[in-house]
Design a protein around this ligand. Structure first.
Ligand SMILES: CC(C)(COP(=O)(O)OP(=O)(O)OC[C@H]1O[C@@H](n2cnc3c(N)ncnc32)[C@H](O)[C@@H]1OP(=O)(O)O)[C@@H](O)C(=O)NCCC(=O)NCCS
Length: 419
């Protein structure tokens, strides 16, 4: 194994050991072990506290800062697994045997090429002027129109579509990255891993092994995260027995927002705006005065340091050593992290989330800022599809209520008598 790749794995192992020492605890009884329907919970605005379903896919312990996929903690998976294996785990509920993994990887590779018409349509649209997440959302929609199996909504048929989408989102995001720059999209190379292929299709260069490994780690870290807005969106859309393509394109639309996946891009704009470590303190004071949210901080569930940030921070540290501009960015970020944790961490339990250090990692890998959120989508499609399939097997349409606060009885006034 290349020394730098080994260093990446060592960094993750150390972060995991430290996290375990600081966060060892019991799972929360109210969020593990099963639900007796109907369930009574305390609800806050934005469905805070709501229980949508039971799941065996993943668990986030927000008080302690744990993230678990199918019982495996995120530090173990990030250090030892691959995106392909983690996707298998999320979709099928167990770690694959070697044969199962080989077959799954082959299936992903076979499904990676996308129909030429999809790329042609993307080229004919204002893809270079549009946000890449809008282009990706549209691309998935077009893909759905070209798949004759798209309207079959059994678990088995949708699982096949899920595998196609996990494979093809990387190809589509790669094509979007190329078309934005006026370059020709690149076909996937079957000799490369999923992460390696994704980097290759975005940049046009065969990736260096450490960058390939770090992209693989980033894809593992972002693959699933409980009932977040985009995952819930995919499940709500699919619960009407719509179809997997509609669900995933809706999920991409939800992930795009700056309060969700779009934050990784905004963090970099903020860090660029701050410009130097001396400006961090006055920038933060002004942000507080004007009640501006600091991007990459805070979380509905985590009231502790996000375990994914515990991994991405030292990786950003390692990668940024290669370039003085990236180093400066990392130093600004660490200073902002310290100040926010000391103040908002103490007052409101606001800590860095996954999006705070991921962008610094991607910038140091040479990826353009607008492509940061599509990377998130290329990974999260595993969690989205796994959760959609799990819910489909026990489907009940989602249908909450709103409390009406408008007038109840109004007399209809003819238009000529209205003022
Ligand atoms: C993620 C986020 C949308 C969660 O929203 P939420 O669950 O509604 O959180 P709340 O607004 O209830 O936050 C609780 C308190 O912390 C404050 N807070 C939360 N995130 C903050 C941030 N990033 N910067 C400054 N203050 C923050 C809120 O203003 C609120 O303060 P108040 O009680 O005085 O009103 C929110 O933290 C946020 O906007 N973060 C920045 C965007 C981001 O990084 N998103 C990616 C999430 S993975």
């Amino acid at each position: 194994m290349n020394d730098d790749v080994k260093k990446v794995n060592d960094i993750i192992r150390e972060a995991g050991i430290k996290a375990l020492q600081e966060t060892d605890s019991e799972p929360e009884p109210q969020l593990t072990g099963g639900v007796q329907w109907p369930v009574s919970v305390q609800l806050g605005r934005g469905l805070e506290g709501a229980i949508a379903c039971e799941t065996t896919i993943g668990y986030v312990n927000g008080t302690k800062g744990w993230l678990i996929y199918r019982g495996y903690n995120i530090f173990d998976l990030a250090e030892k697994s691959s995106f392909e294996e983690t996707s298998y785990l999320l979709l099928f509920g167990k770690l694959p045997t070697q044969q199962e993994l080989d077959d799954f990887k082959k299936k992903l590779k076979d499904n990676m090429p996308v129909p030429k018409q999809v790329v042609d349509i993307l080229k004919s649209l204002p893809t270079s002027k549009t946000h890449p997440m809008s282009a990706l959302r549209t691309a998935v929609s077009i893909l759905g129109m070209m798949d004759e199996t798209a309207e079959q909504t059994t678990v088995e048929a949708e699982r096949e579509v899920a595998i196609k989408l996990i494979a093809q989102l990387a190809t589509l995001a790669g094509a979007v990255a190329r078309i934005r720059k006026g370059a020709e999209p690149i076909e996937p190379d079957p000799a490369l891993s999923h992460a390696g292929n994704f980097l290759y299709m975005m940049t046009g260069e065969k990736p260096d092994p450490v960058l390939e490994r770090i992209m693989d780690v980033a894809l593992i870290l972002h693959a699933d995260h409980g009932m977040n807005a985009s995952t819930f969106t995919t499940m709500v859309v699919n619960s009407s027995l719509s179809d997997m393509y509609s669900s995933i394109s809706a999920g991409i639309g939800s992930l795009k927002g700056p309060l969700h996946g779009g934050a990784n891009e905004r963090v970099l704009y903020d860090l660029d705006e701050i410009g130097s470590p001396e400006n961090v303190e006055p920038w933060f004071r002004k942000a507080r005065e004007t009640k501006r949210k600091v991007m990459g901080f805070g979380h509905r569930v985590y009231k502790a340091y996000d375990p994914r940030a515990r991994i991405l921070k030292p990786l950003a540290d390692m990668l940024s050593e290669r370039n003085p501009e990236h180093r400066k960015l990392f130093e600004i970020a660490v200073k902002l992290d310290d100040i926010v944790c000391a103040e908002l961490g103490k007052e409101k339990k606001v800590f860095p989330n996954v999006d705070f250090y991921s962008g610094i990692v991607y910038r140091a890998m040479g990826i353009e800022t607008p492509m940061f959120t599509p990377i998130f989508a290329v990974s999260r499609v595993s969690g989205w599809t796994a959760r959609v399939l799990e819910y489909l097997a026990q489907n009940r349409i989602f249908r909450p209520r709103a409390v009406y606060v408008g007038p109840i009885k109004q007399d209809y006034v003819p238009i000529e008598q209205r003022s």
